[in-house]
Design a protein around this ligand. Sequence first.
Ligand SMILES: NC(=O)c1ccc[n+]([C@@H]2O[C@H](COP(=O)([O-])OP(=O)(O)OC[C@H]3O[C@@H](n4cnc5c(N)ncnc54)[C@H](O)[C@@H]3O)[C@@H](O)[C@H]2O)c1
Ligand SMILES: O=C(O)[C@H](O)COP(=O)(O)O
Length: 630
Amino acid sequence: MSARPTMIFDFDSTLVDFETLEALADIALAGAPDAEATRARIAALTDQAMGGEIGFGEALRQRLALLPLTRDHVATLAAQAPDRLTASVRRNLGFFQTGAVEVVILSGGFREVIAPVAQALGVPADRVLCNDLVYDDDGRVTGVDGANPLSHAEGKPRAIHGLNLTGRVVMVGDGWNDAEVKLAGAADAFYAFTEVVRRAPVVEAADAEAASLDEVLHAEGLAGRWSFPRSRMRMLLLENIHPAAVERLEEAGYTVETMKGALDEDDLIEAVRGVHVLGIRSKTTVSRRVLEQADKLMAVAAFCIGTNQIDLDAAADHGVAVFNAPYSNTRSVVELAIGLMIVLMRDVPDKSAAMHLGKWNKSATGSRELRGKTLGIVGYGAIGSQLSVLAENLGMRVLFYDLSERLALGNARRMRALDALLAESDVVTLHVDGRAENKAIFGAAQFGRMKEGALFLNLSRGHVVDVGALAQAMGSGRIAGAAVDVFPEEPRTNADPFESPLQGLRNMILTPHIGGSTEEAQEAIAEFAAERLLGYLNRGDTTFSVNLPNVQLAEVSGAHRLLHIHRNQPGVLAELNQALAAAGLNILGQHLKTSERVGYVITDVDRDYDREALGVLKAVPGTLKFRTLH
Ligand SMILES: NC(=O)c1ccc[n+]([C@@H]2O[C@H](COP(=O)([O-])OP(=O)(O)OC[C@H]3O[C@@H](n4cnc5c(N)ncnc54)[C@H](O)[C@@H]3O)[C@@H](O)[C@H]2O)c1
Ligand SMILES: O=C(O)[C@H](O)COP(=O)(O)O
C-alpha cells in the first residue's frame, strides 16, 4: 500500500474558478436578448445539482438543452481554461507537476475544456475522467455520451470504482456529486473545497472543509512536512486600505479581513488577538501595550509613509517586523502642495467662498504668481526634495533646511539655520518626519520670524505645529494664508466630527489628511506594502523593514529556512549554532544582520531532521521570534 494517497480533484470551482456550463453560456449567449435569464436558469440548475437537490445527469441534460452550443464555443473556453486556475492551485503547481502523488481529475464537465488544464498540471490523459460532448455534422452540441457513467446520477463513485485504486483515496470538490464519492465508499476522505463557492450541505457531508488547496495538502501531509497553511494566517487591514492589497494577499493564500476606520487602543488590542499581520494607515496607534498583547502578531504594515504611529522599538522587542511604503504617495503630496501654493497666492479660497455667498470680487490686489517667489522647504526628504524640483520648474527660488545632510537638487540652497530660511521665504512648507521630538517645532517664535504676509503649509504631521499659534499668526495678518492637511487630533473615521482652532479663518485651506489620498498612490501603496509583507512571510525577506535589520532573501528551495529574531546581546549566534549542531541539523547557508536592538539570523538547513530538535532554538536566551519556512 502506497504511503501517499491518490488525490482526486473535481474540476469546476475546484481546479478552476468557473462552472463550465455558466462559462459556456457567457460565450454562447454573448449579445443574445435572453442571455441573462438563460444564464440565471443555468446557474440555478448548477446550484441545485451541486447542492444535491437534483441528480447531476438530469441537471446536465437540462442545462445543455438551454444552450445553442457549438464546437467553437467549447474551443473558446478550452483556450481560456488554463488561465483560470484557482489561486491556491496556481500557488501549488509544483505539487501537481512533480508527479510525486497520483492525481485524478474527476468531473461531470467536458474533455475538451479539461484536457488543456490537465496538460498544464501534468495529469496524464488516462487520469482524466469526464464527459465527452457529442456534436452533429454542423458542429452543434447535441448532448453527451450516455454510455459514460459520469453523464448519470452517482456517476462519480462508479467511475472511481472502475479505477480499482489501492491505498488511501482522497476526494476534493465543491459539489454534492463529490461528497457522493465518499458517501458511496469510493474514497476514504472527502474535503469540501470552498475557495470558489461554499455549499452548506456539501460542507456538512465532508470530513473537513478546505478553503484552499494548501489546507488539503497540509492535512494530508503533502506540503512539506510541517508547513502552516497560509489560509490559517489571519491578516487584519484597517483604515480602508485599497482593495489591491486584499486581492494580492488573498491570491497568495492568506485570510484577509478589512475594516473601514481606525480603532482605539482597547478595541485594537481586542481585534488583533489571533491576528498574524496588521495593516494600518496613519490613524491607528500601535502602542507597546497593543504589541504586548498581540499573541500571534508577526508583522505590521503601514500602508502609508509615516510610521510615527507605531512604537517601532516595542515592535522590535517583540520580534514584529514593521514595513511601510516610503515612496508610493510622495508625488501626490508634492502635487497637492504645489496646487495649494498657487491657490493661496491667488486668494482663491476666500474668493471662492465669497462667490458661494453671491459676492463677485474681481480684483488683482494681493494676488501673486509663484514665479520668482522664494520657497522655504523644512524637511528635505523624499517629499521635500521632489517638491524642490517641481517648484524650481515653476520658476521659484528654493531654500531648504534639514537636520540631516541632504543633496541639494537643482539650484536649491541649503540653509544652515531654520531662522535664516524663515526670514527669506515667501512660502514656508513643512515636510519633516513625524518623530516625537518634532512636536510643536513650529510655534509663535517660528511664525514671528517669517516674512510679513508669507504663506505657510503643513502636509507632514499634525503634532509638528502649534495650531493655536498658527491661528494667532493668521489672525494678526503676519501669515497671509495657510494650508493645513494634518492635525494634532484627527477623527478616526469619516463619521467622527472634526474640530480645530483653525476653522473659520480667512485664506485658510483645511483638508482632511488627503496629501497621499489619490487613487494612484493608494493602489501603488497597496501593491508595495503587500509585496513587502509577502516577501517577509514567504521568504523571511526584511528589505524596507523600518525596525528590523534589512536582509534581502531569495525563495527557499530544497531546504528548510529557520528564521530567528533575537535581542542583540553577546553570544546568541554562537548558542544558536551550538543548538543547531547538537540537533544534528546540516547548515546549507546562514545570514546574520544586527541592529542596535535586535539580531536576525536566517539559516537554511537540510530538510532531513527531527522537528522536535527545533524546540531548543526557541529556548536560546534572547530569542524574540522563531519560525520555519519551506
Ligand atoms: N499629508 C499626507 O497625506 C502625507 C502623505 C505622505 C507623507 N506625509 C508626511 O510627510 C512627511 C515627509 O515625508 P517624506 O517621505 O518626505 O519623509 P522623509 O523621511 O523622506 O523626509 C523627512 C525629512 O525631514 C527631516 N527632518 C526631520 N525632522 C526635522 C526637523 N526638525 N527639521 C528639519 N528637518 C527635519 C529628515 O532629516 C528628513 O530628511 C512625513 O511626516 C510623512 O509622514 C504626509
Ligand atoms: O504617512 C503618510 O503616508 C500620510 O500621512 C498618509 O496617511 P494616510 O494613509 O493615513 O492617508
